[in-house]
Design a protein around this ligand. Sequence first.
Ligand code: IMP
Length: 417
Amino acid sequence: MKQANMIVGLQWGDEGKGKIVDHLAQNADAVCRFAGGHNAGHTIVVDGTKYALHLIPSGVLNEKAMNIIGNGVVISPENLIDKELKQFDNLKGRLFISDKAHLLLPYHALIDQGKERLRKKAIGTTGKGIGPAYMDKIVRVGHRVGELHHTEKLADKIISYFESNKTLFDALEIEIPTYEGLLKDLNHYKTELEPYIADTTQMVWDYLDSGKRVLLEGAQGTMLDIDHGTYPFVTSSNTVSAGACTGLGLNPKNIGKVTGIAKAYCTRVGNGPFPSEDFGEDGDRMADVGHEYGTTTGRKRRCGWFDAVAAKHASRLNGCDQIALMKLDVLDGFKEIKVCVAYEFEGKEIDYVPYDLEDVKPIYKSFKGWDMVEGVREYDQLPIEAKEYVKVLEELTSTKIGIISTSPDRKDTIIVK
Ligand code: IMP
């Protein structure tokens, strides 16, 4: 049976998946997104032109690749039409959106923002409406992309949704659209998106059956997974590799090589536990050198040391065959580099991820830093201290480090033999 290869984030998102996916997409026949929405995002520069991708898979930058947005994704038609599709001349015949994917409509973002305002301890969501859109899907009052084929019927359904949720809309002071306004918007979405709507499950099966190279592009990171992340400070989808099965209609046997992406340090945006966060100069330096500001919201990311306990856990959850270690160059010039090798939890030292990371303290081991790895393209040319660091992370995560990235440039990538 033919299998699809996959890229997943092992930390709290923003691991640098974009660079690796972009690299692998050059040789893929199809690139598929399976979870999340336009909370995800990365920028890719091709021949001096910058593309900001949120929902659209990275395969759009390879003219030969097909691009699938699977049923597990929540789709904001507004964002897709007004921001993403505008960057391209024509993606018809190259981009396909599952008719079973759920619509994320403007009121979902307003609910998200309103709920965040009212929460005692905000999650720090992207405010894009991801949680409310998935909530509607799970409580079975969501609306699917395929319903755009019949906009009047859909408008009626949405109006009755507004009626049954009137108390919520009133409490959050959200103005309910009129039927006419709603229908106009839906017709606009229909005109723009109908050419892309398809039964993508069947398409992915056909690609696999005919031996095409299919790449599955994860979004966010394992520690933000709704089941396995730092709940409730997580996103609302299954970001782990298993999410690709439900989010595209694959079976577990369809999953081939899994590459987990991790930065050589750690970052997180939004609130929630982050045991190896560094609140001092080292964390600030990582943020400055690593340009750690969100592509989607512009927020400064919290920074800290590599958490090997969480990374080992994430590698196991995803079934990683290898890790791509990103942004090693950001640690250039540090005299001492720390790695979180265990946690202190309820007075004991533990080497696993417990139910809640809130009350966990990091236990560090220190390693000698190196001068510079920026731009290095061969493993042999890495400084001895950097090689030692890579070896230690491999041992601690029980996973081979197969790729090392030493700058944002596509070419500054070491493939470890
Ligand atoms: P939501 O996905 O907008 O509901 O946000 C929930 C949590 O996930 C927040 O902490 C966000 O900052 C975080 N999050 C969502 N998407 C991303 C991403 O692409 N990178 C990093 N963090 C993200």
